[in-house]
Design a binder for this molecule. Structure first.
Ligand code: SAM
Ligand code: 2KA
Ligand code: SF4
Ligand code: MG
Length: 242
């Protein structure tokens, strides 16, 4: 028995964030997080509001559900949460995905290491800036990124920092300075991840994107930087399961 706490399985959709933005992908969202970010857009995975949606699933059942939803139309699965890195036994799911020639992407915040990180094709580590209310344990983050130096050429690792304000921006610069060899993405923060007024939301997010671009483009410290929106929010607003 190696069941995993699953909050939702959805797709196919596009990966809206980070280094594989635009990639056609299925999503598996696990339940539970060791953080509680002030602005978490997936708080239902950890704040109790989604507890009735949590299903304990065997990896085979997750694979069956992915096939039911995605048929033969996908070759990429993104695992997010919550923090999937809380789950020691996630390797069972990764194994089945690999056996079926599926590329695997993981979203995690860099607070926990798992040996199965080495099996992830596209690993995004997203340490949290001050506006989240969380404190980064840089010793753990150092260890994770140090461990990953032993990875194979086939595995991509990137950092992604969500930026809401000037303080967050300085934090992102600090992260880049500490790990200059890891590709880093700045991501627009969504201040209102609950509103259903898409027009207002999108217009605010566009302003925020422009603000972030303007800052980064004028900054000599950030020569090799990528600045991205959360693309899915510009298409579907705060809708869940897309
Ligand atoms: C919901 S988290 C789940 C994975 C993992 N716990 C993490 O934070 O990386 C997925 C991504 O969404 C980002 N995110 C969460 N809330 C956001 C918001 N309000 N605006 C922009 N990005 C957000 C996180 O920073 C993270 O990069
Ligand atoms: N389309 C889409 N792209 C995403 N990239 C990261 C997501 C996440 O919640 O981890 C996410 C999500 O929820 N939807
Ligand atoms: S670490 Fe990720 S899932 Fe956890 S609270 Fe923060 S944004 Fe949400
Ligand atoms: Mg999301």
């Amino acid at each position: 028995m190696s069941k995993l706490p699953v909050m939702e399985i959805f797709g196919p959709t596009i990966q809206g964030e980070g280094m594989v933005i635009g990639q056609k992908t299925m999503f598996v969202r696990t339940a539970g997080c060791d953080y509680s970010c002030a602005w978490c857009d997936s708080a239902f995975t950890w704040d109790g509001t989604g507890k009735d949606s949590i299903t304990q699933m065997e990896p085979e059942q997750i694979w069956d559900e992915l096939k039911r939803l995605g048929g033969n139309g996908f070759s990429f699965v993104t695992i997010s949460g919550g923090n999937p890195a809380l789950l020691k036994n996630l390797d069972g799911l990764i194994k089945i995905l690999k056996q079926n020639d599926i590329k695997v992407c993981l979203e995690t915040q860099g607070s926990k290491w798992q040996d199965w990180f080495f099996q992830i094709d596209e690993l995004t580590i997203s340490p949290k800036p001050p506006s989240s209310g969380m404190l980064t344990n840089f010793e753990i983050l150092d260890t994770i990124l140090d461990n990953l130096k032993a990875r194979t050429m086939n595995q991509n690792v990137s950092l992604k920092v969500v930026v809401f304000n000037d303080e967050d921006y300085l934090y992102a610069k600090k992260v880049h300075k500490r790990y200059p060899d890891i590709p880093i993405f700045l991501q627009v923060g969504n201040e209102d991840s609950r509103t259903t007024d898409d027009q207002v939301l999108i217009s605010r997010l566009l302003d925020k994107y422009q603000w972030l671009i303007d800052k980064a483009m004028l900054d000599d410290d950030l020569q090799n930087i990528k600045v991205l929106p959360q693309l899915h929010t510009y298409v579907w607003g705060n809708k869940r399961g897309v």
